[in-house]
Design a protein around this ligand. Structure first.
Ligand SMILES: Nc1ncnc2c1ncn2[C@@H]1O[C@H](COP(=O)(O)OP(=O)(O)OP(=O)(O)O)[C@@H](O)[C@H]1O
Length: 226
Protein backbone atom coordinates (compact mmCIF):
# COMPACT_ATOMS: atom_id res chain seq x y z
CA UNK A 1 0.00 0.00 0.00
CA UNK A 2 1.36 3.44 -0.82
CA UNK A 3 1.94 5.78 2.06
CA UNK A 4 2.15 9.47 1.24
CA UNK A 5 5.01 11.15 3.08
CA UNK A 6 4.89 14.65 1.61
CA UNK A 7 1.95 16.47 0.07
CA UNK A 8 2.60 19.74 -1.76
CA UNK A 9 -0.52 21.63 -2.75
CA UNK A 10 -0.91 24.67 -4.99
CA UNK A 11 2.46 26.08 -4.06
CA UNK A 12 3.46 29.53 -5.27
CA UNK A 13 6.34 31.79 -4.34
CA UNK A 14 6.43 35.44 -5.35
CA UNK A 15 9.64 37.42 -5.35
CA UNK A 16 9.86 41.01 -6.58
CA UNK A 17 9.48 40.81 -10.36
CA UNK A 18 9.34 37.04 -10.36
CA UNK A 19 6.81 34.31 -9.67
CA UNK A 20 8.02 30.79 -8.99
CA UNK A 21 5.90 27.61 -9.14
CA UNK A 22 2.63 28.05 -10.86
CA UNK A 23 0.37 26.30 -8.34
CA UNK A 24 2.75 23.39 -7.95
CA UNK A 25 1.14 20.24 -6.54
CA UNK A 26 2.73 16.84 -6.06
CA UNK A 27 2.95 13.97 -3.59
CA UNK A 28 5.95 11.96 -2.52
CA UNK A 29 5.26 8.41 -1.37
CA UNK A 30 7.42 6.31 0.92
CA UNK A 31 10.26 4.65 -1.05
CA UNK A 32 9.94 7.09 -3.95
CA UNK A 33 13.17 8.33 -5.47
CA UNK A 34 12.13 11.66 -6.97
CA UNK A 35 14.48 13.79 -9.09
CA UNK A 36 13.73 17.49 -9.32
CA UNK A 37 15.15 18.89 -12.53
CA UNK A 38 14.95 22.14 -14.48
CA UNK A 39 17.04 24.99 -15.81
CA UNK A 40 18.94 27.45 -13.65
CA UNK A 41 16.68 29.84 -11.83
CA UNK A 42 13.38 27.94 -12.05
CA UNK A 43 13.29 27.53 -8.27
CA UNK A 44 14.73 24.13 -7.41
CA UNK A 45 16.72 25.36 -4.43
CA UNK A 46 13.81 27.52 -3.30
CA UNK A 47 11.55 24.44 -3.37
CA UNK A 48 14.07 22.53 -1.24
CA UNK A 49 14.23 25.46 1.20
CA UNK A 50 10.43 25.45 1.41
CA UNK A 51 10.46 21.69 2.10
CA UNK A 52 13.03 22.26 4.84
CA UNK A 53 10.82 24.99 6.27
CA UNK A 54 13.46 27.68 5.72
CA UNK A 55 11.21 29.88 3.60
CA UNK A 56 7.48 30.35 3.74
CA UNK A 57 5.60 30.02 0.45
CA UNK A 58 3.38 32.92 -0.65
CA UNK A 59 0.48 30.53 -1.05
CA UNK A 60 -0.23 26.83 -0.94
CA UNK A 61 0.90 24.26 1.57
CA UNK A 62 3.45 21.55 2.29
CA UNK A 63 2.30 18.77 4.59
CA UNK A 64 4.43 15.98 6.00
CA UNK A 65 3.09 12.72 7.34
CA UNK A 66 3.17 12.94 11.13
CA UNK A 67 6.55 11.97 12.58
CA UNK A 68 8.45 12.24 9.28
CA UNK A 69 12.14 12.77 9.97
CA UNK A 70 14.10 14.62 7.28
CA UNK A 71 17.82 14.39 6.46
CA UNK A 72 19.62 16.82 4.16
CA UNK A 73 22.80 16.60 2.09
CA UNK A 74 23.90 20.03 0.82
CA UNK A 75 25.77 21.03 -2.31
CA UNK A 76 29.47 20.49 -1.93
CA UNK A 77 30.89 22.96 0.54
CA UNK A 78 34.57 22.79 1.12
CA UNK A 79 35.73 22.21 4.66
CA UNK A 80 38.96 23.88 5.73
CA UNK A 81 42.00 21.65 5.84
CA UNK A 82 42.54 22.41 9.51
CA UNK A 83 38.96 21.73 10.61
CA UNK A 84 39.63 19.71 13.74
CA UNK A 85 36.98 16.98 13.60
CA UNK A 86 37.58 13.43 12.44
CA UNK A 87 35.11 11.92 9.97
CA UNK A 88 33.65 9.91 12.86
CA UNK A 89 33.06 13.03 14.98
CA UNK A 90 31.69 14.92 11.99
CA UNK A 91 29.10 12.20 11.31
CA UNK A 92 28.21 12.11 15.03
CA UNK A 93 27.32 15.83 15.02
CA UNK A 94 23.82 14.85 14.01
CA UNK A 95 23.34 12.53 17.00
CA UNK A 96 23.89 14.33 20.23
CA UNK A 97 21.38 17.15 19.91
CA UNK A 98 23.88 19.17 21.90
CA UNK A 99 22.55 17.69 25.11
CA UNK A 100 25.55 15.69 26.16
CA UNK A 101 29.21 15.90 25.21
CA UNK A 102 29.40 12.11 24.92
CA UNK A 103 27.38 9.51 23.08
CA UNK A 104 25.13 6.92 24.66
CA UNK A 105 25.83 3.26 23.96
CA UNK A 106 22.91 3.18 21.53
CA UNK A 107 24.20 6.26 19.71
CA UNK A 108 27.65 4.67 19.42
CA UNK A 109 26.06 1.61 17.84
CA UNK A 110 24.11 3.79 15.40
CA UNK A 111 27.33 5.60 14.51
CA UNK A 112 29.30 2.36 14.00
CA UNK A 113 26.54 0.99 11.81
CA UNK A 114 26.30 4.01 9.55
CA UNK A 115 30.10 4.26 9.16
CA UNK A 116 30.10 0.60 8.16
CA UNK A 117 27.22 0.98 5.73
CA UNK A 118 28.69 4.05 4.04
CA UNK A 119 32.17 2.52 3.73
CA UNK A 120 33.81 5.03 6.05
CA UNK A 121 35.12 2.68 8.74
CA UNK A 122 38.70 2.60 7.44
CA UNK A 123 38.97 6.38 7.29
CA UNK A 124 36.82 7.29 10.29
CA UNK A 125 39.79 8.80 12.13
CA UNK A 126 40.92 10.90 9.17
CA UNK A 127 40.34 14.59 9.66
CA UNK A 128 37.37 15.65 7.57
CA UNK A 129 39.37 18.62 6.25
CA UNK A 130 41.98 16.26 4.82
CA UNK A 131 39.49 13.91 3.18
CA UNK A 132 38.91 13.94 -0.60
CA UNK A 133 35.83 15.57 -2.12
CA UNK A 134 34.12 12.18 -2.55
CA UNK A 135 34.87 11.19 1.05
CA UNK A 136 33.54 14.50 2.33
CA UNK A 137 30.25 14.03 0.47
CA UNK A 138 29.98 10.49 1.86
CA UNK A 139 30.53 11.92 5.33
CA UNK A 140 27.74 14.46 4.74
CA UNK A 141 25.52 11.59 3.60
CA UNK A 142 26.39 9.49 6.67
CA UNK A 143 25.73 12.52 8.90
CA UNK A 144 22.29 12.99 7.32
CA UNK A 145 21.46 9.28 7.70
CA UNK A 146 22.85 8.53 11.15
CA UNK A 147 19.63 9.35 12.99
CA UNK A 148 17.58 7.30 10.59
CA UNK A 149 15.48 9.79 8.60
CA UNK A 150 12.40 8.77 6.61
CA UNK A 151 13.16 11.28 3.87
CA UNK A 152 16.54 12.33 2.46
CA UNK A 153 16.86 15.55 0.47
CA UNK A 154 19.94 16.01 -1.71
CA UNK A 155 20.66 19.34 -3.41
CA UNK A 156 23.11 18.93 -6.32
CA UNK A 157 25.16 16.73 -4.02
CA UNK A 158 27.26 15.23 -6.80
CA UNK A 159 27.98 18.46 -8.69
CA UNK A 160 31.65 18.51 -7.70
CA UNK A 161 32.32 14.78 -8.12
CA UNK A 162 33.80 12.76 -10.98
CA UNK A 163 31.72 9.97 -12.49
CA UNK A 164 33.14 7.18 -10.33
CA UNK A 165 32.60 9.13 -7.08
CA UNK A 166 29.16 10.25 -8.27
CA UNK A 167 28.02 6.63 -8.77
CA UNK A 168 29.62 5.60 -5.48
CA UNK A 169 27.59 8.20 -3.60
CA UNK A 170 24.34 7.42 -5.37
CA UNK A 171 24.82 3.65 -5.13
CA UNK A 172 24.81 4.23 -1.38
CA UNK A 173 21.69 6.37 -1.57
CA UNK A 174 20.06 3.65 -3.68
CA UNK A 175 21.04 1.02 -1.12
CA UNK A 176 19.24 2.93 1.65
CA UNK A 177 16.27 3.56 -0.65
CA UNK A 178 15.91 -0.13 -1.51
CA UNK A 179 17.01 -1.81 1.73
CA UNK A 180 15.79 0.66 4.38
CA UNK A 181 12.73 2.19 2.70
CA UNK A 182 14.40 5.60 2.62
CA UNK A 183 12.44 8.11 0.54
CA UNK A 184 14.65 10.35 -1.59
CA UNK A 185 14.24 13.77 -3.19
CA UNK A 186 17.24 14.73 -5.31
CA UNK A 187 17.77 18.04 -7.10
CA UNK A 188 20.03 17.53 -10.07
CA UNK A 189 21.10 18.87 -13.45
CA UNK A 190 22.41 15.46 -14.34
CA UNK A 191 20.16 13.51 -16.70
CA UNK A 192 22.25 10.34 -16.34
CA UNK A 193 21.91 10.45 -12.55
CA UNK A 194 18.16 10.98 -12.77
CA UNK A 195 17.71 8.11 -15.22
CA UNK A 196 19.91 5.63 -13.37
CA UNK A 197 18.56 6.11 -9.89
CA UNK A 198 15.13 7.70 -9.66
CA UNK A 199 11.69 6.31 -10.36
CA UNK A 200 9.91 9.66 -10.74
CA UNK A 201 10.79 13.14 -11.92
CA UNK A 202 9.46 16.62 -11.36
CA UNK A 203 10.48 18.91 -14.19
CA UNK A 204 10.20 22.59 -13.27
CA UNK A 205 9.89 25.07 -16.10
CA UNK A 206 9.32 28.79 -16.06
CA UNK A 207 5.55 28.73 -16.43
CA UNK A 208 4.59 25.12 -15.83
CA UNK A 209 5.81 21.84 -14.45
CA UNK A 210 5.59 18.17 -15.34
CA UNK A 211 5.56 15.09 -13.17
CA UNK A 212 6.23 11.65 -14.54
CA UNK A 213 7.75 8.22 -14.40
CA UNK A 214 11.42 8.08 -15.31
CA UNK A 215 10.81 4.80 -17.18
CA UNK A 216 8.80 6.78 -19.76
CA UNK A 217 11.74 9.04 -20.58
CA UNK A 218 14.15 7.49 -23.06
CA UNK A 219 16.51 10.40 -23.66
CA UNK A 220 17.13 13.96 -22.57
CA UNK A 221 15.23 15.46 -25.52
CA UNK A 222 12.01 13.80 -24.30
CA UNK A 223 12.09 16.16 -21.33
CA UNK A 224 12.03 19.26 -23.54
CA UNK A 225 8.47 18.51 -24.59
CA UNK A 226 6.95 17.61 -21.24
N1 LIG B 1 15.06 35.41 -1.07
C1 LIG B 1 14.91 35.73 -2.37
N2 LIG B 1 14.58 36.98 -2.73
C2 LIG B 1 14.41 37.31 -4.04
N3 LIG B 1 14.57 36.44 -5.05
C3 LIG B 1 14.90 35.18 -4.74
C4 LIG B 1 15.10 34.75 -3.39
N4 LIG B 1 15.41 33.43 -3.40
C5 LIG B 1 15.44 33.06 -4.70
N5 LIG B 1 15.13 34.10 -5.52
C6 LIG B 1 15.02 34.06 -6.99
O1 LIG B 1 14.25 32.94 -7.36
C7 LIG B 1 14.77 32.35 -8.54
C8 LIG B 1 14.97 30.88 -8.33
O2 LIG B 1 16.12 30.64 -7.50
P1 LIG B 1 16.61 29.20 -7.11
O3 LIG B 1 17.96 29.34 -6.52
O4 LIG B 1 15.57 28.51 -6.34
O5 LIG B 1 16.72 28.50 -8.54
P2 LIG B 1 17.39 27.13 -8.95
O6 LIG B 1 16.43 26.46 -9.89
O7 LIG B 1 17.79 26.37 -7.75
O8 LIG B 1 18.66 27.61 -9.76
P3 LIG B 1 20.10 26.90 -9.95
O9 LIG B 1 19.87 25.73 -10.84
O10 LIG B 1 20.88 27.99 -10.60
O11 LIG B 1 20.62 26.55 -8.58
C9 LIG B 1 16.05 33.10 -8.88
O12 LIG B 1 15.79 34.00 -9.94
C10 LIG B 1 16.38 33.85 -7.62
O13 LIG B 1 16.99 35.07 -7.91
Amino acid sequence: MTETLVQVQKLAMDFPGQKLFNNLSFDVDRRDFLSIIGENGVGKTTLIRALLNQVKPTSGSIKFRKGTKVGYVPQFRNIERDYPLSIRDFVALNLQNGKMPWLSKMERTQLDEILEETDLVDIQNTRIGRASGGQKQKAYLAQALVDNPDLLILDESTASLDTVRKYELFNLVQHFNQQHDLTVISVTHDFDLMQRYSNRYLMLKEDHYALGEVADIKNEEDLLDV
